[in-house]
Design a protein around this ligand. Structure first.
Ligand code: COA
Length: 171
């Protein structure tokens, strides 16, 4: 697991494209994530291939709040705890700064809910939800409602996680 580079942008674009139901963004957007926002992104490789990506950024008006934009794990690497390890990696990288984590999830995405419930559990931080972008009010009926998931406040050591997960953290 490492920070992405601009050269990873096109590969990330391909990965997101095969991780339904994630929204695809433009390749340019992925390039920006892999350059301007690389400090708050994680890329995971297995056998030289990109199999995982987490994108995020700190909220401009809440510098202690990390917004996780997307989490993607290729089918070939799912069910091995990779999503959880990438998120822990991000928290560990910014240990001491992250007091809150925000993300948004549609109601039907069980894998996503379970991923963030696990993060909440492992960090002993409460999880609360409310509507972030409403199907009618914000998406003009074109997209399911995105629920804002708020995890936090984290204790001083946000990112500390189970010994098993920690053993996988590199760099
Ligand atoms: C969601 C996703 C990132 C999970 O990746 P992963 O590496 O397989 O997840 P992990 O192995 O770290 O599992 C994290 C938790 O989610 C649960 N989970 C993972 N996939 C699941 C599924 N399909 N259904 C229900 N729960 C699931 C795991 O059991 C684990 O919880 P537990 O330890 O309490 O049992 C991956 O399935 C994916 O890329 N999906 C498509 C894109 C997407 O929907 N992303 C949403 C953002 S999270």
């Amino acid at each position: 697991m490492r920070k992405p580079n601009p050269e990873d942008g096109s590969t990330v674009y391909q990965l997101i494209g095969r991780c339904k139901p994630l929204d695809e963004n433009s390749m340019y957007c992925n390039l920006l994530q892999c350059s301007h926002f690389r400090d708050t992104c994680v890329i995971a490789e297995q056998g030289g291939l990109v199999v995982g990506f987490v994108s995020g950024y700190f909220l401009p008006d809440q510098p202690d709040t990390l917004f996780v934009w997307q989490v993607a794990v290729g089918e070939e690497a799912r069910g091995q705890g990779l999503a959880s390890r990438m998120l822990s990696k991000l928290l560990t990288r910014h240990q001491g700064r992250v007091r809150h984590l925000h993300t948004s999830i549609t109601t039907g995405n069980d894998a996503s809910w379970n991923t963030f419930k696990k993060l909440s559990r492992e960090n002993d931080a409460p999880l609360n939800t409310r509507v972030m972008f409403d199907r009618e009010q914000h998406f003009g009926g074109q997209h399911d409602t995105e629920m804002l998931v708020h995890i936090g406040p984290f204790k001083a050591l946000a990112g500390s996680t189970s010994t098993a997960s920690r053993a996988h953290l590199q760099e």
